[in-house]
Each structure stands twice: as C-alpha cells, then as structure tokens.
Design a protein around this ligand. Sequence first.
Ligand SMILES: [Fe+2]
Ligand SMILES: [Fe+2]
Length: 149
Amino acid sequence: MSESILKTLRDEHRRVEGLIVQIENSSDIVQKKDLYLQMRSELLLHMEGEEKTIYTHLLEDVHDEEAEEVAQSAKLQHNEMRDLLSKIDNIGIESDEWDATFRKFTRCFHKHIEEEEVSLFAEAKGDFSREELIDFGDEFAEIKQHLIQ
Ligand SMILES: [Fe+2]
Ligand SMILES: [Fe+2]
C-alpha cells in the first residue's frame, strides 16, 4: 500500500526511538548488543534511503536555497551519526565509554529527527504535491529493498 514518504519516515523514526529506549534499559549485554546491531542496521538503511530520495529531490528538483539548506544540513547530521556509530562499534559494549558515546549518538539522533520532522518535512510539503510525496514513498521502499539484498 503506497503512502507518503513522510509518513514512512516518521514511523521509522518512532521505531528507532523505541529500539534506543530498549538499548538504554537493557541490563543483559548480549541482548543489548543485539538490539544495538538491529537499531544500527535499520538506521543506516533509513539514512541511505532518505539521501537517495527526499534529500536528492530537495537538492536537485526544487532549485530553492531553503530546500538545499535543509537537505545539506540533514546530510551533515547523517554523517555525524555515522561517525558516532563507527566509534561505538570500536568500543567494548561493557565499558562506560560505550554508554557515554551512545548517549552522544542519541542526542545527535533526537536533534536530527526533530529538525527533520519540523523543518525538512515542512519544506517538502511546501515543495511537493501529495502525489509526489507518495511516489517518493514508493521510491524509498524500492531503494531499501535493493539495499537489503
Ligand atoms: Fe529520518
Ligand atoms: Fe535523516
């Protein structure tokens, strides 16, 4: 069933938020690691999917400074999150440093999705029709499908 890309992205944000809460509350190291790997792979897919669809459309189709700015700033935040995830990957999950770096990551994540859902979504709603946003939703689903294979 096709739906607006904005609805899909919002749902995925809630899903990752849920996994983060589970990671934070996990007292079992094995379970914590599994949840982290799950969250990490879902978020990386989500970010790549966004960059190849909605961000690209904002950067290339709109020809507007505001649209470019929100997409560029979001891309930079994605890279910041990717860097933090790589750092986390290289730290032992039982150490305090892991928790501290994970907290840094979650702050980055929350700031990013808030900006995305407020500024970027508003920009996209102003620039694209309902039909276009549904087409982007299909593109997003397709790209993610390819990335998984
Ligand atoms: Fe997102
Ligand atoms: Fe994003």
